[in-house]
Design a binder for this molecule. Structure first.
Ligand code: ADP
Ligand code: MG
Length: 256
């Protein structure tokens, strides 16, 4: 593993009370974690424990109340182009084709038309969307739209990918196919990623390490290294007999 790409150092987040007399919300408490170049980590924890808040601080959308977030050693002080976000909702622009959607980030950065087109087509092919470049989002299935969102996310070549339950709206089989695509692409492009999921097997199949968060105010209560080889092939990893023991460990940490 290489150098640290994203680091949270003793990060806490409190949201002020909305009305007088109400209590502030202490969403995240003293989180310290670091993800190295080319590494994929997952974050699991009970609903409302502060996972999305933590990811939002990674992207600079929220600023920590205490502590710092650094990307490549530089403190994050606001939204920046170093990180790319992928959410459950695909956020594709309905009036643009899949290729035009994939080009969006590059267009904003002023990349020349032929160059961004080439990059978009390459990523769409890698995400198994070859032949669908000129389709509009409404013409595609939910799984294909999420693949398009992945292609668009990767097109800008971000230092870090932050993913907030990107597959949770998909049916079980589509989800497995997309996990496979994502894992292969992350490995082929040597991407650094932090993935939030509530699917324990997904976290085990896709990552090098799993961080477990406590109830709110969320803090990291455990870090589990997944010692099953072949992170680029989650279909195979899922079948590994060691998965059961990891699931059991995560369940007891989550008190389920
Ligand atoms: P999770 O993603 O783990 O389900 P969230 O990070 O979305 O949890 O939320 C953690 C807590 O922070 C919740 O109580 C939520 O209501 C609160 N919260 C999140 N965003 C805001 C905000 N912008 N303003 C006020 N409270 C917020
Ligand atoms: Mg969330």
């Amino acid at each position: 593993m290489g150098e640290t790409r994203i680091a949270f150092r003793d990060v806490s987040k409190r949201f002020p009370a909305k009305r007088p007399g109400e209590a502030e919300v202490h969403a995240v408490r003293n989180v310290t974690l670091a993800i190295a170049d080319g590494e994929v980590a997952s974050l699991i924890g009970p609903s409302g424990c502060g996972k999305s808040t933590l990811l939002n601080m990674g992207s600079g959308l929220y600023l920590p109340t205490e502590g710092t977030v650094e990307i490549d050693g530089v403190q994050v002080t606001g939204p920046n182009s170093q990180v790319a976000f992928m959410l459950q909702k695909d956020l594709l622009l309905p009036w643009r084709t899949i290729r035009e959607n994939a080009e969006l980030g590059l267009e904003i950065r002023g990349v020349a038309a032929n160059e961004r087109r080439e990059r978009a087509l390459e990523l769409l092919a890698r995400c198994h969307l070859g032949g669908f470049e000129n389709h509009y989002p409404h013409q595609l299935s939910g799984g294909m739209r999420q693949r398009s969102a992945l292609a668009r996310t990767l097109a800008v070549d971000p230092a870090v990918l932050l993913m907030d339950e990107p597959f949770s709206a998909l049916d079980a089989q589509t989800k497995m196919v997309l996990q496979q695509d994502l894992a292969q692409t992350l490995a082929a492009e040597n991407k650094t990623a932090l993935l939030i999921t509530h699917d324990l097997v997904e976290s085990i199949a896709l990552s090098d390490r799993v961080y477990v968060m406590s109830e709110r105010p969320g803090t990291i209560i455990e870090e589990i290294v997944i010692e099953i080889p072949g992170r680029e092939d989650p279909m195979r990893r899922r079948r590994d007999p060691r998965v059961g023991a990891y699931v059991a460990e995560l369940m007891s940490l989550l008190h389920v």
